[in-house]
Design a protein around this ligand. Sequence first.
Ligand SMILES: [Fe+2]
Ligand SMILES: [Fe+2]
Length: 347
Amino acid sequence: MSAEVINWDELSKRRKAINWNELSKDSVGLRFWNQNVQQFWLPEEYSPSNDKAIWDLLTPQQKEAYKKALIKLTHLDTEQFSQGMPLLVLHTKNQHISSVFSFMQMMEAVHAKSYSNIFQSLITDKAEERELYEYQENHKNLQRIAEIIVGKYHKLFNIKPSRKDLYMAMVASVLLESFLFYSGFFYPLYLAVGQKKMINSAEIIWAIIRDESIHGVLVGLEAQNVYKELNDEEKEEVDTETRELLIELYDHEAEFTEEVYGEIDLVDEVMEFVRYNANKALSNLGIAPYFDNVVVNPIILNGIDTETKNHDFFSAKGNGYVRSINLVPIGDSDFARLESMLGKAVA
Ligand SMILES: [Fe+2]
Ligand SMILES: [Fe+2]
């Protein structure tokens, strides 16, 4: 890159050292930082190997669905820590929010690694593990979903991307965090909450869901701030693009779900859950629901309820389970308060 391409005036705006002491205790940046840090965890705190005996009793169809659900999650978390979050860190003007995003980026890498810990515990045959990764690398829907999302992220390979491109990258991130993950989360939740099976692995899934829920909220709030800076024409364009993106991703979700959950007769329930989370993602972006009359299996809703479940829900805690007991669960009322505070800060 030649020197004249760099706009030093623009860059100079980024040269202020971060000062956390200028924030009030109630600020969005500090509250999300504290919440993220309190939720910190590592896969080694859990013992998915305790699920091996139950795993061996699952049918081949159940095992296939479980593995395919988890490899999809591994794939999405990989894109999120390696592409999505680093580019959002770079282009988020608010240094405190950018700092929280960098913590979130690290947690995405933790999430991606945690699936390897589960696979290591359950899949003893290396050839079987290789086959699973080949499945992911060659899967039409999984590859296309990643291509679509990463395509939005890569618009940020520019020292000064347009506000529209920044907004759409954030939309893609929220759709990944709050919508695309959930067809993968469904089966571990279904087995653990509904049938008390694979509970140790589900504890990891539960920790990930707790993280993803606050990630989707914070990126959604930032996206709403960027949206306010767009003119009417741009707003119309990104609204259309968001709707088209949602529909395209939904079609891939439907095909993937049919394939993975067809053999175990759960397609309708998973798709209901997918639609529920699509609406949830839109809500994080401040957009009205797209799907009407969504009724989700209450067992699954129970499983994703971060307010009531916390860590005491599952009985089988790992021995190294210490750090997370300080967790203060964040709930809808917290998010509502944060949203209103952010609204005031922007107004
Ligand atoms: Fe993640
Ligand atoms: Fe995330």
